[in-house]
Structure formats: structure tokens, C-alpha cells
Design a protein around this ligand. Structure first.
Ligand code: NAD
Length: 328
């Protein structure tokens, strides 16, 4: 089966990720059918948020086309049946099994059997979601990172019943969206990066909850250690670059002492149960006045374009040698 990557891409759900993904597709020349079946408050502001992101992309040089021109390539609708002309439909709705199941039923009853259906789930196994579909072979995870239009991250995940051959085609097509995708050939909860990141989050809570360091110190250490090199290379390359013998010795003694807690840490549980949502309501691991929250938000907006430029420079510099193979 040959995928027609030139037709429209459908997005269902226009919350934070749906709008960010729509922007990423538009700046890379892809036409979009944006479906918001539930007109929640966030969905109502979606067109404005997409237009604003497109303007930012133009101003920062990430797109050579103006927002007004790109905006012609997106259609907003509340009807699932408008998805019938798409080659791919990406579900970006709440991380809730029941909601996702209902959405797949509605997508499947609106599109032909050859249309690829994908989910942006953060961590629900693709093989589990796949069971909700009548044609499970055409179902994949396409996992984006926020902000989808500045990050080159994309994971394509095959469930037990997905056709690997289609996964490989998706991998090739998504490179044209300016991504450096990874293909997860065998499904696992959390995929690649969430497994790695959540192992880090767990250890961060362990250090703070047990009094070894403050939240500020853990943040500062991460920013200046991993944050210093992770945009340049991944974990395995970094061990090669700095001499892997030392890592081998440290692992023997350190691994048995790392946290293996299986419950949600009390520190986040308490804040979450009191309704804390970080900069969105000023209550998180830090407290924010509305001015402070705005400054963090706008500084991060600026940073995401700068880091995109920096990583592109270094991808170009290393691309001649990037064909070197790993040992295994
Ligand atoms: N936020 C992130 O950084 C991030 C990163 C990667 C993946 N994800 C995943 O992306 C998905 C969407 O996350 P988000 O952050 O955009 O959430 P969000 O809360 O911003 O948006 C959720 C969307 O779901 C829609 N929705 C709610 N109930 C619905 C229903 N019954 N039928 C149809 N649509 C419904 C809402 O209208 C809204 O558009 C989730 O699966 C999440 O785990 C999020």
C-alpha cells in the first residue's frame, strides 16, 4: 500500500497539541482539515492561536510563507465526515480511554479503510488503543513534542497489529515535515522519550522528597548538565564522546541505589489535588504572579526558536558523518 502524503491531514481535537501540530504541518506545506467536535473554550480560540503561531514562525524565519497565505490551507469544522478526503487523521483529544475510543469510532465511520489513523497519546500503549478499531492495521502512534512546530522530535509507534511497512512510509513522509523522526517498531508504554524522561522525573522527586537537594538545585543541575549537551547529541553518543569506561564503572554501584518507587510522588500529588497547574494558574512547584508567569511563557517562546536554529546548525555540521552505524 502506497500512502498519498500530498492529500490533507486531518486533526481531531484543537487543544494545546492539536493547534501546535496544525502549525507544524502548515509551515511545511501540508494542507490540514481541523476538526473540533467539542467546542471547548480552548477549541474556540484555536484559529487565533494557530494564526499567532504562524506569524511567529514567519517572524523567526522558520517559515518563508506569511501567516495569511498559510491560513488558506487549513479548514476548521466540527464534522467528522469532513475527514473523508484526508490520507491521515491524527487524534489529539484528552488522554482518556473512553473519549479516545468514542473518537476512533466516529473517525472510522467517516473515512475509507485505507486512511491511516494515528494518536498523539503521551503514554497509552498503541496496542491497547488499536483494539478499539475495526481496521487495526492502519493505526499508529504519531507522538509529537510541544511546541510541535519548533521541535524536531517525532516518534512513530507501531502497535502489535500495525503494518510495519506503513510505519516505514510514515517515517519517510514525516521527514518532509522538518522532523528527525524515530520509528518504534515494537510497542512499549511511554515509548522512547517518556520512558527516559519519567525515569528522570522519578529520581528528581526522590532527591527532593528525601532532603538531598531543593527543587531549585535539582532544576539548576539538570539545566546545566543534560541541558548543556542534549540538543547536540543523544545519550549513547554522549557516552562515546566522553569515554564510556567511566559510565560502565558508575553503573555497577549507582543503579542499585536509584529510586524504583512505583507510586505517584507526594510532592506532585498534593499540588495536583489542590488544583495547581504551574504557570497556567500560578501554582506549581514554584509560585508565580501573573507577570512572572507571562515572563516565563514569553521567554520560553523565544527560546524554542533559538534552540531550533542552534540544533539545525549542528545537524548540518554533523550530517556528513551521521551515516556512521552503531555497533548493534
Ligand atoms: N500537552 C503536551 O505537551 C502533550 C505532548 C505530547 C502528547 N500529548 C497528548 O496529546 C493529546 C492532547 O493533549 P493536549 O495537551 O492537546 O490536551 P488539551 O486539553 O489541550 O486538548 C484536548 C482536546 O480534546 C478535546 N476533547 C475533549 N473531550 C472530547 C470528546 N469527547 N470528543 C472529542 N474531543 C474532545 C478538547 O475539546 C480539546 O480540543 C493527549 O493524548 C496528550 O496526552 C500532549
Amino acid at each position: 500500500m502506497e500512502l498519498n502524503g500530498n492529500a490533507k491531514v486531518g486533526i481531531v481535537g484543537l487543544g494545546l497539541m492539536g493547534t501546535s501540530i496544525a502549525t507544524a504541518l502548515l509551515i511545511n506545506g501540508q494542507e490540514v482539515m481541523a476538526v473540533s467536535p467539542v467546542l471547548s473554550e480552548t477549541d474556540q480560540t484555536a484559529p487565533d492561536r494557530i494564526r499567532h503561531a504562524l506569524e511567529e514562525c514567519y517572524a523567526e524565519g522558520l517559515s518563508t510563507a506569511r501567516a495569511d497565505d498559510l491560513f488558506q490551507n487549513i479548514t476548521f469544522t466540527s464534522k467528522y465526515t469532513d475527514l473523508k478526503s484526508c490520507w491521515l487523521v491524527m487524534e489529539c483529544v484528552l488522554e482518556d480511554l473512553k473519549v479516545k475510543q468514542d473518537v476512533y469510532r466516529k473517525i472510522e465511520s467517516s473515512v475509507p479503510d485505507e486512511v491511516i489513523i494515528a494518536t498523539n497519546t503521551s503514554a497509552i500503549p498503541i496496542s491497547m488503543l488499536q483494539n478499539y478499531l475495526n481496521v487495526p492495521e492502519r493505526f499508529f502512534g504519531i507522538h509529537w513534542a510541544e511546541p510541535a512546530y519548533t521541535s524536531k522530535f517525532l516518534e512513530i509507534i507501531c502497535g502489535e497489529k500495525s503494518l510495519l511497512e506503513i510505519g516505514e512510509q510514515l517515517y519517510a513522509i514525516t521527514k518532509k515535515w522538518g522532523k528527525e523522526p524515530t520509528l518504534v517498531r515494537k510497542d512499549i508504554r511511554g515509548f522512547i522519550t517518556n520512558r527516559i524522561m519519567y525515569a528522570m522525573y522519578r529520581e528528581a522527586f526522590y532527591l527532593v522528597e528525601n532532603g538531598y537537594a531543593t527543587i531549585e538545585d535539582v532544576d539548576r543541575a539538570c539545566k546545566n548538565d543534560g541541558g548543556h549537551w542534549m540538543t547536540f547529541c543523544g545519550l549513547f553518543r554522549y557516552m562515546d564522546l566522553t569515554g564510556l569506561q567511566a559510565y560502565h564503572s558508575v553503573m555497577k554501584d549507582l543503579f542499585p541505589e536509584l529510586s524504583n518507587q512505583t507510586t505517584v510522588p507526594k510532592l506532585i500529588d498534593d499540588i495536583a489535588k489542590e488544583g495547581g497547574n504551574g504557570i497556567f494558574n500560578g501554582k506549581g512547584f514554584y509560585e508565580y504572579s501573573s507577570e512572572e508567569a507571562k515572563v516565563w511563557e514569553s521567554t520560553f517562546e523565544k527560546f524554542k526558536f533559538d534552540i531550533n536554529r542552534l540544533s539545525s546548525t549542528y545537524t548540518d555540521k554533523t550530517k556528513d558523518i551521521s551515516s556512521l552505524k552503531t555497533k548493534k
